[in-house]
Design a protein around this ligand. Structure first.
Ligand SMILES: [Zn+2]
Length: 339
């Protein structure tokens, strides 16, 4: 069975010293750790002088990535930046520099990928005109889609600027992947990685809800291809609550012309939910046409046995599994069809 992972991340092995270049003390950089000759080369991802996350060479070394893809039966993978590289809070010229540098670096990794690696680009979403231009440039240089963070400061997905960007993508046929980041309630979720296990799913739910109730799907043309990460976070489980509110409190309807469930065929979700019951719920709500396999590789919170959640599903038929594992992604990202 063909397997395409649409949600994986990369870091280049090195990049310019952004602190030196732009000033400020919170730029990301990699502290490479001495190799002890065993296992993979490792590095500590730093934010300023704080340790952010340990990573290993699968992030930057295409050979390591391909070897692990082989071990897990993955044929193709789409790589995208990790949100720490977005720089949405920085001045636009600095954010554009980062976007262009990391977008070009992603393509360099893909060039080592023997035709099996593809990349999504990032854009400086704090300036919509610049973001649209960088999206178009990136697609012309070989990216297969654009990844955006799910908010820009206090601006949600129903922000006029964000919707203008999405309309630009709809017009040019650019697929968009929405990744949660900069999680809410950070003060109360700083322990136990709750920012990732609680904050991220809440962020993604917030994004889908604000897009629906803010009239985003009514406003942006139906040609928009948009996919939300992590199975849409808490969205599917809480859809009933949202639907109930829409019907029985007029102030909960926002600008949406129809009840929330009306818009389910307007977006895709990835399948990084790690649980068969959760996957079954997604299939029930979204249908097998709107789900794409994603892992969050190569991070510890990703699917460790990549592809197994779908392959061991007792409720999905083999053709349906194939749809989720590859066919939907091939169509969504216009990937070259290989046998
Ligand atoms: Zn991710």
């Amino acid at each position: 069975m063909k397997v395409i992972d649409i949600h994986s991340h990369f870091f280049p092995k090195t990049w310019p010293n952004l602190q030196e270049k732009f000033g400020g003390d919170d730029w990301p950089w990699l502290k490479h750790l001495p190799s002890k000759g065993e296992g993979f080369d490792k590095a500590m991802l730093m934010k300023g002088n704080k340790e952010f996350r340990p990573i290993y060479s699968a992030c930057w070394d295409a050979d390591v990535r391909l070897q692990q893809m082989n071990e897990h039966g993955l044929e193709q993978q789409i790589i995208s930046a990790t949100p720490i590289l977005f720089a949405y809070e920085k001045p636009i010229e600095q954010a554009l520099y980062c976007a262009q540098f990391f977008n070009d670096a992603a393509l360099e990794i893909c060039q080592q990928g023997k035709g099996r690696l593809f990349a999504m680009a990032q854009v400086p979403l704090q300036d919509i005109d610049v973001a649209c231009k960088e999206a178009s440039r990136a697609m012309n240089t070989g990216h297969v889609g654009i990844q955006i963070g799910n908010h820009v400061g206090e601006k949600n997905m129903d922000d006029e600027g964000v919707l203008t960007f999405l309309q630009h993508c709809a017009g040019e046929g650019i697929p968009v992947f929405v990744h949660p980041w900069d999680m809410m309630a950070s003060e109360r979720t700083k322990n136990y990685m709750m920012g990732w296990t609680v904050g991220m799913p809440a962020e993604t739910q917030l994004s889908i809800v604000s897009m629906i109730l803010g009239g985003g799907f009514d406003q942006v043309s139906e040609t928009l291809k948009i996919c939300f990460a992590h199975g849409g976070g808490a969205f599917a489980f809480l859809l009933g609550r949202l639907e109930n509110a829409w019907h029985f409190r007029d102030i909960a309807r926002g600008k949406s012309q129809f009840p929330p469930s009306h818009y389910l065929d307007r977006f895709y979700l990835d399948t990084a939910v790690f649980d068969h019951d959760a996957l079954d719920l997604l299939v029930k709500k979204m249908t097998t046409n709107k789900l794409m396999f994603g892992t969050d590789y190569p991070f510890p919170l990703g699917e460790q046995k990549m592809g197994q959640l779908i392959k061991t599903s007792a409720t999905l038929s083999p053709p349906e599994q194939q749809q989720l594992l590859a066919t939907n992604a091939e169509q969504f990202f216009n990937l070259p069809i290989s046998v």
